[in-house]
Design a protein. Structure first.
Length: 157
């Protein structure tokens, strides 16, 4: 299974120490150049920059086809490239958290999963503890409604 990731899911999985679950859920993770640039930007947490500098073999960087912005001007370049690349290589999923980007991907026929969906799948396969992962996410700048996080914790418990 091949997935294309945007910056956000990778960033948060790295920050909470769970990036390895990607290789167990999806054999190959591809990122477009714009995502690589975001992950290596000076404003990116050092932990994430160090991880991408010594990235695992299951993560590859691939040039995305040219993006004709159109209605996708509303989302960031990494999200645009991830959607276009996922469609071009017929990836099984694109990993996105931004609501507007998710809608655009679905509109283009691309399957979407976000950080929470990744963690739920990983918990269902006993690859991580969902409660611990969500507690770790809460300590980052990850944004999700408290009600959503609580419902996931209640579901797990």
């Amino acid at each position: 299974m091949i997935v294309v990731s945007n910056t956000t899911p990778l960033n948060y999985l790295i920050l909470i120490g769970r990036s390895e679950i990607l290789s167990k859920l999806y054999q190959q993770v591809v990122i477009p150049k714009a995502v690589f640039n975001e992950l290596t930007a000076p404003s990116t947490p050092v932990m994430v920059r160090d991880w991408i500098a010594d990235r695992p073999g299951w993560l590859t960087i691939q040039q995305a086809p040219p993006v004709i912005a159109g209605d996708m001007e509303e989302i960031q370049i990494g999200e645009r490239q991830a959607i276009v690349l996922a469609k071009a290589i017929r990836a099984d999923y694109v990993l996105l958290d931004d609501r507007r980007a998710r809608q655009m991907a679905k509109h283009r026929g691309v399957n979407v999963v976000g950080t929470l969906g990744i963690l739920i799948s990983a918990a269902e396969q006993d690859l991580t503890n969902l409660n611990e992962a969500i507690d770790a996410l809460k300590k980052t700048s990850f944004r999700a409604s408290p009600q959503l996080l609580e419902s996931l914790l209640n579901r797990e418990g």
